[in-house]
Design a protein around this ligand. Structure first.
Ligand code: BG6
Length: 504
């Protein structure tokens, strides 16, 4: 299959010796190469602070590919052919000279090619370096061509509303919004992209996708892992900043957004921003009632003893950082008025799964005798993002037999049984979209700010009033009891996450 674009591409990765490039970026670029998505003329320039030969740089990245690529170990010849397009350059991003050198390298490449390349600057560095890198790129005229120069920014995008605004303003002095690709890797996930296809390509859904038919929505993004070696990052972050401000709210936007006029990046993002702007702000007492925080204690996970959050490396033994958050949101618009959206996310939970459940209202009148409906359950649509990739519609059906007995059955669309195609990694999709100039799956500046704005009262309240009951949930649990109370008050409960579908 010939997929490749013809325009040459230069990808400059700042922080190329770091974890992100090792685990995600290079394995994704290599897969794009193997699947014939890379143009014939492309060059990857990795930069980092430490001296390293091209050879050692490539070896390190090959190790990352072998460990983390969904395609498994690299074929030696294919890796050789791909890595011929790679080079390493020592660059201290605070030193202007590094950028002069970079400009020379890029110019040389441009002159050797027949067509001007797309130039992508990938910021795989801590966010405090973004502004200085942007400045130096400008000084060296490396950001001149708005049509073909792009910058990729990893999260966290800011630390709070003010810092996100400042960062947006700084970046926008050098780049046009059209050149800025803010990554939220959830948006690149196959199942997440499918939410829009599912909602807007099926006429049966729109008439029922509103407050008249939907009783409430649940979004659970739970992880079995603890924070591992990321203590110093996580201490300054917590679940609200790390997961809710971005991934979870983006999922919510996809479920709640109005139909875009078309599939243009800005049309889609306009509709998502509308959701964030319609969300009811948290005020005073709401925070206590509608936002719950948790922190994991030590425990056992699959037979292994695991430390509590406060015992993890680079974590304050009296830390107030939350590793779990559950919130209840309302969207004040015609479609969703009065429909609660419950979200929860946490580390060291019982099961790793990202699932969205849409609970429909009950039938207005039950015609069946009581003993036929012992197992009655309202209709529910369950969208499993990961690890299972499926959409299930749960309906009532008659159990085979002489008596009228109803039970709940699942109508299942399961990726595994439906498609034999491989599922690309989120980073493959996002890198290809960057090369192709499609911003649909990237966060626009106003989206990021609107998400921060919504969460600021909760962040401020949690920071100003340290939790007195931390740690308040044990490893391998479903989070603190207060999270159960948050939803139970409305007469609901967190749904069990779907079991994996067996093959065959
Ligand atoms: C990252 C967070 O953005 O997403 C991590 O910083 C989290 O803390 C990760 O573990 C989850 O991503 P995924 O793709 O594994 O669900």
């Amino acid at each position: 299959m010939e997929n490749k674009a013809s325009q040459p591409v230069v990808i400059v990765i700042f922080g190329a010796t770091g974890d992100l490039n090792w685990r995600k970026i290079t394995p994704a670029l290599f897969n794009l190469y193997l699947d014939h998505w890379m143009p014939d003329q492309f060059s990857i320039i990795g930069t980092g602070r430490n001296e390293m030969s091209d050879h050692d740089f490539k070896e390190k990245l090959l190790d990352g590919v072998n460990r983390y690529s969904r395609k498994g170990k690299a074929d030696a010849q294919q890796w050789e052919a791909f890595s011929n397009h790679m080079q390493y350059q020592v660059a201290d991003v605070t030193d202007p000279k590094a950028f002069e050198q970079l400009a020379v390298t890029i110019n040389k490449l441009e002159n050797s090619w027949t067509q001007a390349p797309i130039v992508i600057f990938y910021m795989a560095v801590a966010s405090n370096f973004f502004p200085i890198i942007a400045e130096h790129l400008k000084e060296n005229k490396l950001a001149e061509y708005a049509e073909r120069t792009r910058i990729v920014i990893e999260k966290p995008f800011g630390y709070d509303l003010d810092s996100a605004r400042t960062l947006n303003q700084l970046l926008c002095k050098v780049f046009d919004e059209k050149q800025i690709y803010r990554i939220d890797h959830y948006l690149g996930k196959e199942t997440v992209q499918n939410i829009m296809a599912f909602r807007f390509a099926n006429s049966i859904l729109e008439p029922i996708w509103n407050r008249n038919y939907i009783q409430h929505v649940q979004i659970s993004v739970s992880e079995q892992m603890g924070i591992g070696s990321r203590g110093s990052y996580y201490e300054g972050s917590g679940a609200l900043r790390d997961m809710v401000q971005n991934h979870v709210l983006q999922l919510l936007c996809l479920i709640a957004m109005e139909t875009p006029i078309n599939f243009n990046a800005d049309e889609v993002r306009n509709r998502k921003v509308d959701v964030l702007r319609s969300m009811r702000p948290f005020k005073g007492e709401d925070i206590k009632r509608n936002a719950v925080r948790g922190q994991y204690s030590s425990g056992w996970v699959e037979g292994q003893q695991v430390p509590g959050y406060r015992e993890e490396g680079n974590v304050d033994p009296a830390s107030n950082t939350e590793t779990f958050a559950a919130l209840k949101f309302f969207i004040d618009n015609w479609r969703w008025d009065g429909v609660p959206f419950y979200v929860r996310t946490g580390k060291r939970m019982h099961q790793s799964a990202s699932v969205i459940s849409i609970q429909f209202r009950d039938v207005p009148h039950k015609v069946f005798p009581d003993d036929a409906i012992d197992n009655w359950r309202q209709n529910r649509l369950v969208i499993s993002i990961q690890p299972e990739m499926s959409i299930r519609l749960q309906v009532q059906a008659k159990r085979p037999g002489l008596a009228m007995v109803l039970n709940t059955v699942d109508m299942v669309f399961n990726y595994e049984g439906t498609y034999s195609d491989e599922t690309p990694e989120a980073y493959e999709t996002l890198l290809l979209d960057t090369m192709e100039g499609d911003q649909t799956l990237f966060m626009r500046g106003d989206q990021v700010e609107a998400a921060w704005e919504l969460l600021m009262p909760v962040l401020q309240s949690w920071e100003s009033k340290p939790s007195l009951d931390f740690p308040n949930y044990s490893a391998d649990s479903w989070g603190p009891e207060l999270a159960e109370a948050l939803i139970a008050r409305d007469g609901f409960h967190w749904f069990a996450l779907p079991p994996a579908i067996k093959k065959g």
